[in-house]
Design a protein around this ligand. Sequence first.
Ligand SMILES: Nc1nc2c(ncn2[C@@H]2O[C@H](COP(=O)(O)OP(=O)(O)OP(=O)(O)O)[C@@H](O)[C@H]2O)c(=O)[nH]1
Ligand SMILES: [Mg+2]
Length: 371
Amino acid sequence: MARRTWDESDVRIRANKRGSRPRTKQRPTHEDAVIVRVVAVDRGRYTCVVGEDEEQPRTVTCVRAKELRRRPIVPGDLVGVVGDVTGAPDTLARIVRIEPRATVLRRSADDTDPVERVIVANADRLVLVLAAASPTPRTGFVDRGLVAAWDAGITPVVCMTKSDLADPTEFLDYLHDLDVITLSTQRATDRGERPEAGIHEQSLAVSPDSLERLRSLLDGHVSVFLGPSGVGKSTLVNALTGAQRATGGVNDVTGRGRHTSSSARALTVPGTRPGTWVVDTPGIRSLGLAHVPEEELLNAFTDLVPATADCPRGCLHTEDSPGCALDAWVHRPGASPAAPQRLESLRRLLAASRGQTQRGDSEKQLGQAIT
Ligand SMILES: Nc1nc2c(ncn2[C@@H]2O[C@H](COP(=O)(O)OP(=O)(O)OP(=O)(O)O)[C@@H](O)[C@H]2O)c(=O)[nH]1
Ligand SMILES: [Mg+2]
């Protein structure tokens, strides 16, 4: 090549053997990061609220920094963000860290699936939502929800919707011996029960009295609404927050919901203290508890725990465990009428946790118990 035709591109630079500059392990500390709350997650975009305690909170859209790798970021998370946090259209901020979580609510696909999913972070109330009818409530779902809540250190509340369609008393009797807050809600009747001034029109969907009780239970807390599809979670959340989350009817033939909500969303509740959030979640078919150690399952049956003091050492509390004191206890005179059913439910959970049920059986059981 003639010398006069050379230019910079002809200078050969010996590249690093690995082909790239070694990456430093040191990450910036991002001390200037602003702490915001994640309210929704959609395909790699995180909707966050800046200044939730201020008069005019803003919503910003964020992406996650590479260094967070695959750590899940979920609604309820408090995260540090850098970049443009003005929330102006077409701006993006970057999540650089996840603040320590006060609580983590998890579930797995089934009871033996080691892969667990985080549903929501930092919640301190788990509202287990069931309908008094349409779809028919299942005690198995409540027991699983209580296990999940107590395992996560979250206070459970059982809320029965649609009590205008059926009387929820009998179902709630199942929980009579437990230290669990229960309440029922119903649709407002068109005659008379108009929402009070200042309460959003949507509260017509839920009677103002029952809504007021729910609102005061949730005031000052981060509450996650969890339940099967079609029970009315979004209806409650809309009535509490004035949001317009889509709601859907139930299938007339199966009585099941149509899985209307497809992602979780945290919303603030007008007329409550700062820091009050409710998280609407998509309806779930099953609440897998593979992440909960077997011995924790019994702890959620606080009514049965005292009786186990009379069990032989190392008793597994199964039907064929020799000398298990629970059988006699649930059938003793004066026992709650729900006690035998509760023992049966505990044993189903223990068996599922030990993977004793065949896969097909377990799916069938879960389907029956929960949807
Ligand atoms: N009769 C009656 N119907 C209700 C009540 N609450 C909700 N519904 C109806 O139940 C249906 C389902 O309500 P949604 O709020 O969409 O239920 P969801 O739990 O959010 O369902 P997914 O998003 O599918 O999980 C809607 O048609 C509501 O109008 C109630 O208290 N009484
Ligand atoms: Mg919904």
